[in-house]
Design a protein around this ligand. Structure first.
Ligand SMILES: Nc1ncnc2c1ncn2[C@@H]1O[C@H](COP(=O)(O)OP(=O)(O)OP(=O)(O)O)[C@@H](O)[C@H]1O
Ligand SMILES: [Mg+2]
Length: 238
């Protein structure tokens, strides 16, 4: 469903992605691992249209999405939950969720989605009138994901959702991600520093280092040792 080929992105003179190729099948969850600065967030930003690549192709359901606006990409069904749960702290939970429905204009449709998100995240239903900034870190992460679900994506891009969460919240997040994939049939691209969590939740793993994909394979066929090696030195040393 998502087919990335030879993708290169730059920030000014700095090359952050080096000919990255990667696939996500329909209903599949894929992990993207790698050390700080490897280019993981840049990859998600390039897919969602926030960063324009210098070269390469991103095919989504047969559409070339390179060059399209972020709005058009959301409309096609790709939603990005960025690093650091960027919720609106001075808006209520309900207002935050409604921001996720900006591509929709049918009121009844929006209401139904809201009900659905509240069922999925009962904490958010209970706190719907409270300000986003008054939620706990874990609840803010749920709100960021809930807001993304409001547009009913077919591909969800999650950038380090477990960052800063307690072990119990990480466990709950894992269940949520599994439910999003299994019950809603969405595809997921999961960027994580928590390799254990990522391997548990996904069927395919890519390891990035210095802008390149240095290791890729089915999650049950890649060993932790291989991943460690890829983190440290890339394929050339192995
Ligand atoms: N806005 C920016 N302007 C200039 N350089 C940037 C910008 N954002 C990222 N970079 C650089 O691009 C490279 C890739 O950064 P990116 O944020 O994609 O890494 P990452 O794998 O997500 O790292 P982390 O695990 O720390 O989040 C790094 O060298 C970084 O310094
Ligand atoms: Mg990042």
């Amino acid at each position: 469903m998502l087919k990335i080929r030879q993708l290169s992105s730059f920030y000014g003179p700095i090359q952050a992605l080096r000919e990255v190729s990667l696939d996500v099948d329909s209903g599949e969850a894929v992990a993207v691992l790698g050390p700080n600065g490897a280019g993981k967030s840049t990859l998600l930003r390039t897919i969602s249209g926030l960063v324009k690549p210098r070269s390469g192709s991103i095919l989504y359901r047969e559409h070339e999405i390179v060059g399209r606006s972020t709005h058009a990409i959301v409309k096609l069904g790709i939603v990005h939950v960025p690093e650091g749960r960027r919720i609106f702290t001075q808006m209520t939970v309900l207002e935050n969720l409604m921001m996720g429905a900006f591509t929709r204009d049918n009121k009844k449709d929006i209401e139904e989605h809201l009900e659905f998100v509240y069922e999925f995240f009962p904490d958010l239903a209970e706190k719907r009138r409270q300000l986003g900034g008054e939620l706990s870190g874990g609840q803010q992460q749920m709100l960021a994901i809930g807001r993304a679900l409001m547009s009913e994506p077919s591909l969800l891009l999650l950038d380090e959702p477990s960052l800063g969460l307690s072990p119990i919240m990480v466990e709950q997040l894992g269940k949520t991600i599994t439910a999003i994939r299994q019950d809603l049939g969405m595809s997921i691209m999961l960027v994580e520093q928590n390799a254990g969590l990522a391997l548990e939740l996904t069927g395919h793993v890519y390891v990035m280092q210095a802008g390149r994909v240095v290791l890729s394979g089915a999650t049950d066929e890649v060993s932790i040792e291989e991943i460690r090696q890829a983190y440290l030195g890339g394929v050339s040393n192995s």
